[in-house]
Structure formats: structure tokens, C-alpha cells
Design a protein around this ligand. Sequence first.
Ligand code: ZN
Ligand code: ZN
Length: 157
Amino acid sequence: MSLRRNSQNQTFTISERIDLPDQAYDPRRRQYDSDKLLMLLSSLSVDADRVLGVTEVDLYVEGLNFVFGEGLSPGKVCVISTYRLRPEPYREESKDLFFQRLIKEAVHELGHTMGLGHCRNPSCVMYFSNGILDTDRKSNSFCEICKAKFSFLYRPR
Ligand SMILES: [Zn+2]
Ligand SMILES: [Zn+2]
């Protein structure tokens, strides 16, 4: 694990690959319970403000057919799945589209960890994606209302 810096001088590390717990797998649904993955991430002793898990397996939470990701709100950990974000192969824009989707879902779940809920603005990153079309329609940033909420939650005290 090595410390890296992004363009805003924030540091991050990419951890080693972590095995998924068998008990998180539901053989009937053929999906992983994302609540259990969040519990796993919470149990790791990581010296970071936030932890974002990225997995290739299909995720669900009770009551929904699938989820693109989930985040504790507010909390330290969140997870996203690439499973339903992959565009159809062999399309020119595939790689960029996949990358854009990943960013949107990552920002969305990290937004939850910061205490933000879902937003009614379909172009806001905190809009709930029912399907991939919703993800493609929304932007990768917060709307003015969510920005204001964020500033309120993180105002200096
Ligand atoms: Zn959400
Ligand atoms: Zn918003």
C-alpha cells in the first residue's frame, strides 16, 4: 500500500484485494448482500476518513433486485459494484462510459457517507439510480441544493 495524491492534494491508497466473505453470498439470488460487505469494510482497521470498496460481483439489499452500491449515511464505508456498469462491449465509447459510471456511483456512495440523502434533481449525482439510464443521465457532481447541504453539514464550528 502506498500513499498517492490526487490533483487536489488529497491522499489516498489502494489496498490489497480482499476476499469476499462466503456468508455474504446468497446462492438463491446469486448475488452478494451489500450490507454484509459494508460490515466487513467497517471491521477493517483502516487509517482513513473514508473507505470505498469496489467489487465486480452483483450486489443486493433486502427489498431491491440489485444495487449499484451502498454507503453508510453518515458513515465511514461504502461499496460500489462494477457488475451492472459495464457497457456493451466493442463500442467506441465503452471505456469512457464505464469510467463515467464508476465515478458517478463512487461519488454518490461517498456522498451518502458524508450524510447526504437522495436528491430529486435527476441531473444531481445524489439522484437515486433505478437503472443504468438514470446513472447515464445524471452528472458526476452535486446540485446546488446538495452542495448547500454539504456546506451546512461540514461548516466550521
Ligand atoms: Zn443512494
Ligand atoms: Zn442534489
